[in-house]
Design a protein around this ligand. Structure first.
Ligand code: NAP
Ligand code: MG
Length: 406
């Protein structure tokens, strides 16, 4: 093995390290399944909680700007601090979600697709094909200002128009109770690029695309999304979709859920930011496990950030710290690496890198299909001969299959 020539890289990947159990498996994946084969070039950013606090979160912003410079990033799951985390880490501040910070710098759409393996049946019996979630990754509550207000407060939205005139929208009089308020926004440019990213992705995968929002209740905000999608579709995509034999339609978000549950799958479901956040977790879980989902942020300028869709798997990390065995599924994190390496390879004309990434994906899937899997899958797999692996053992089992393929 040691004699084998490693694959060279010309342009570095932006590597965003993270927290807890995913930080542990991040290192294992690199050491066992990547570094022995690739002369890995990365520009490393430590987005671990301590370093974000130390750098006043500058490191998160720097990593996003580096992604704009190089084009491709791979990100480990990170803690989004809440009050409990502030205390746990003694943080200077309740820093923002790193994903929200990165997405607000890169803009774009997050595509999440389940990784389907033999033996793991979706919880929804009639789902036969993957359901891809396209999540608008900019704005709404992720870039909102909000406040807890006292009883007796008065809230309004004040818009200063370009001509200097002022439009005031009363939100509420808090005369009878204290409460909460929020102001959020989005940009037409971002919604337009969201729509185009979705239509382009649909064309490239030959899948139907649905877009859902709540335009009946949100008559200006959500309705505006619907209108922009419709206008771009009518102007730029009707003909292309007809030729490709695929369809686009808009439907209310509640209707979309009902239809998705009754469908066979095989479509892209475009969602507003919050809907995409929560529905992608639902879809991933229903397809087997949160760890069996790929996730990539595609910016309108063509920057790519690959990540796992799940969190830092804190409960497993505490077990790991106590020296206990863990069975954490590393598939989504491996696919974040392979997705990023493959894209880097495509951009740089590096076929060896593309080829390696595809093999590592195949080796991962075939490891599971041969019966070697982590606890989350062992619980639900219909295979008869199952060996439940601990975290490191699973990554090593993949290495063995990979070796056989190379
Ligand atoms: P989580 O880390 O996704 O874990 C929730 C549960 O799902 C786990 O306890 C585990 O169930 C199961 N699970 C998730 N990933 C798994 C994997 N790879 N292998 C096996 N089981 C897996 O979500 P969370 O506990 O709500 O959040 C933990 C931290 O992650 C939070 O600080 C949150 O801010 C952060 N987070 C980050 C991201 C991101 O960076 N993209 C996304 C979401 C959350 P069992 O314990 O039952 O085994
Ligand atoms: Mg989520």
């Amino acid at each position: 093995m040691a004699a084998k020539k490693k694959i060279k890289m010309t342009v570095p990947l932006v590597e965003m390290d993270g927290d807890e159990m995913t930080r542990v498996i991040w290192k294992m994946i690199k050491e066992i399944n990547i570094l022995p084969y690739i002369d890995l070039k990365t520009e490393y950013y430590d987005l671990g909680m301590e370093n974000r606090d130390r750098t006043e979160d500058q490191v998160t912003k720097d990593s996003a700007y580096a992604t704009k410079k190089y084009g491709v990033a791979v990100k480990c799951a990170t803690i989004t601090p809440n009050a409990q985390r502030v205390e746990e880490f003694g943080l200077k501040k309740m820093w923002k979600s790193p994903n929200a910070t990165i997405r607000s710098i890169l803009d774009g759409t997050v595509f999440r697709a389940p990784i389907i393996v033999e033996g793991v049946k979706p919880l929804v019996a009639q789902w036969k094909k993957p359901i891809v979630i396209a999540r608008h990754a900019y704005g709404d509550i992720y870039a909102a200002v909000d406040a807890v207000v006292e009883k007796g407060s008065s809230a309004k939205i004040v818009i200063t128009n370009p001509d200097g005139s002022v439009t005031e929208l009363p939100v509420k009089e808090f005369d009878k109770s204290a409460g909460v308020v929020m102001g959020m926004h989005n940009f037409d440019t971002s919604i337009e690029s969201f729509a185009r990213a979705c239509f382009e992705y649909a064309l490239s995968t030959k899948m139907d695309i649905w877009f859902s929002a709540k335009d009946t209740i949100s008559k200006k905000y959500d309705h505006h999304f619907k209108d922009i999608f419709e206008e771009i579709y009518n102007k730029e995509y009707t003909e292309k979709f007809r030729e490709a034999g695929i369809t686009y339609f808009y439907t209310l978000v509640d209707d979309a859920i009902a239809r998705v549950m009754k469908s066979e799958g095989g479509m892209i479901w475009a969602c507003k930011n919050y809907d995409g956040d929560v529905f992608s977790d639902m879809i991933a879980t229903a397809f087997g496990s949160l760890a069996m989902m790929t996730s990539v942020l595609v910016s309108p300028q063509g920057y790519y950030e690959y990540e796992a869709a799940h969190g830092t798997v804190q409960r497993h990390y505490y077990k790991y710290l106590r020296g206990e065995q863990t069975s954490t599924n590393s598939v989504a994190t491996i696919f974040a690496w392979t997705g990023a390496l493959k894209k880097r390879g495509e951009l740089d004309g590096n076929t060896a890198l593309v080829d390696f990434s595809e093999k590592l994906e195949k080796a991962t899937v075939s490891t599971i299909e041969s019966g070697y899997m982590t606890g989350d899958l062992a619980l639900i797999s219909k295979l008869t001969d199952i060996h439940k692996c601990e975290s490191l053992e699973f990554i090593k089992a993949i290495r063995k299959n990979l070796e056989a393929m190379l």
